[in-house]
Structures are given as structure tokens and as C-alpha cells.
Design a protein around this ligand. Sequence first.
Ligand SMILES: Cc1ncc(COP(=O)(O)O)c(C=O)c1O
Length: 383
Amino acid sequence: MGPRTARAAFQHLTSPRFHLAGFSNRVTLGEIGEIKKENTPVMHVKMDKLEDRGMALKWRWRERMRAQGKPSDQPNMVMGANVQVCWEKFARYWDVEARLVPMEGERYNLTGDVVVDYCDENTIGVVAVLGSTFDGSYEPVQDICDRLDQLQADTGLDVPVHVDGASGGFIAPFLDPELVWDFRLPRVQSINASGHKYGLVYPGVGWAIWRNPEALPDDLVFHVNYLGGDMPTFALNFSRPGNHVVAQYYNFVRLGFDGYRLVQQAARDVAMHVANEVAQIDAFRLLTDGSELPVFAFTIADGVDGFTVFDVSRVLREKGWLVPAYSFPENRQDLSALRIVVRNGFDRDMADLLITDIRGAAEYLSRLEAPMPPDPSPHNFHH
Ligand SMILES: Cc1ncc(COP(=O)(O)O)c(C=O)c1O
């Protein structure tokens, strides 16, 4: 069996034995050289943007359908309308129907009670997000899995879950050990986490982990011998620099489990502090409070109609802050929000400066006798 707790997995990851294998492209959290060992998570460094974990789900579903003599040309994938665009890209590029569960009222992400309505025998998997790009909230992975367990008991449909832990994969293990969202749930087959977000590495390194070798079909893995020995490779791109992997590994070793925990706790404390201050400003209403991802979203309070979140973003930009304003997806396009993402380095002093400027922006906009003139360059974020 692989390591059972986040702390044990982390210790294993930073052990000298793991180190030896750490620079290959596809390594395990278990014993080195036993990639095929049962129940051993398979880990993969992801440096391309196409969603290889989606491919694994599609391949496995297709194998299942073929084995049953059923057609395998209409796959679909179920996810909340709040998913990051990478999943819609995966679906479009790989001919999978993206079943986006719309938001409803104050429900801004995917929940267990709605998920089963969207699944059928062509569902290659459900994506649960920890946490949402739109507001930083965690999707209830355990509840989603419980409902899918019930669906299997009722109908025989066995729908796997992928957890998109792009941000939360580096938050929850350190700050929310009691939250069950990962391989403790048998239905969770794979997880991704971005090293270049809360993993504390510069862009662009990411991680994908499958719960065991069966979750990653052999068919997708190529074995290369021309570098000597056997190098299993599963990637859509070819030679890439390995510096990010070294940087990730350096931070793991340097900070250790407790170092990561302290860094992430500081980010959460600052996010909750800023959210709490924003909540005191009459012009705004919090959508989330930074207590899950160190990220929160807020909108204009009911009854305030002299300005919009886009005006707030514009005024803050004049002060040098990039606080994005955006509308929510399907069914809640009427809702627009601002989002603040707190990461390592954004300390309490900077937070207080930001709070002063948010307060100032609200006061300035509230004093205007007429709405702001239209922004001559509304797309003022140049990416
Ligand atoms: C929830 C979520 N999933 C996936 C991604 C994409 O991750 P990456 O940039 O590591 O490819 C992001 C990036 O913002 C995200 O927020």
C-alpha cells in the first residue's frame, strides 16, 4: 500500500529513496522500480496544458464499453459550470461532451444532490474541483462520491471521479486534514495539483496522480529505451526543461510538511482577514470568506446600484492592484464578482494597504453623482 496520510506521503516524497526516482517523468509514491505495484499511486509531472487525466478516464471508459460490446462514440464528462477552462478544452479537443451542471441560486459549484442527474452509461467521469476558480470554495467531493456510490448501488453505473486540486491539492492536505477528498475515497481515481500555484514554484509545473496503475491504462504509456534502461513516458509534448521539478523538490525538502502548512496557514489567515474587512464595507457582499482556498469573491451589496464590480476593479487598478471583475457562468450570468487570491508573499501589511484602497474605492464610487463614464478600454487586463 502507498502512504496513508498526507504527512506520510510527504515524508515519502522527500525521502532519499524517492529522490533517486524523482527526476524521471513518471514515478510512484511507493517503492522505486515497482511502478506496477498494486495499490501504489502513480505520479506524473505535467508540463503540458492538455488534460492527460481526462484521457485516462476516456480510455478506461472505452475499454469498459468495448468489453460489453457497447458503442463508445458518445462519451460525456460531468462537471460544474464553474470548472476551469482546461476541462472544456479537454472535452472539445478530445471529442467528449462537456456536461456542465449550471449554477442555481446561491449554489455556485457542483454538489452531490445534482450530480447523478447528469450521469449515464456514457459518462467517463465526474470532475470535482477543490476549489473553484470563481470563488475559492471547495466542492463537496465526499458527498459527490457518496451520491455516485448510491447511483451504482441503484443502477450498476460505476462513474469514476477526478479531483481537480489545482489549488486545493496544495492547501487541503496541510490545513484541512479532516476533510476527506482524496484517495481515501475509493471512487477518486486521479488528482491533479498545480505546482505553480500553492505548490510555491514558478510557472509551469503540475502534478497528476492516479490512485493505482489500473487507473492509468497501459495503452497510454510508452516505454522508451534509447536513453538506456526503461523510461515509461506519458505526455503529449516532448523534451521539456526539468528545472521546475527541481524547484518543486527543493521547496518540499527545504520547507517540509510543516513549512508548507505554515505558509498556507499564513495565506489563509490573510485571506480571511481581508475578507472580514471587506464584509464590513456596506457597499459589498461576500460570496466566500477565504476559509477554504485562501481566495475569496465578493460582489456589490443589494441596493447599491450606482456602480459595478467592473468600476471597482478599474479604480483599484489606478492604485496598482489587479483585482479581476468577471461575470459568473450559466444560470448566474446576472452575478458579477471581484476575486482576491492570496499567496505566499502577500503579507498582512500589504493586505492592510489593499483594504485601505478597497475602502477608498467604495467611498469614491459611492460619492459619484452619476455612474462612471464607460471604460474606453473595458478589457483593461492585458494578459
Ligand atoms: C481549478 C483549476 N483547474 C485547473 C487549472 C489549470 O491548471 P494549470 O495552470 O496547472 O494547467 C486551474 C488554473 O487556474 C484551476 O484554477
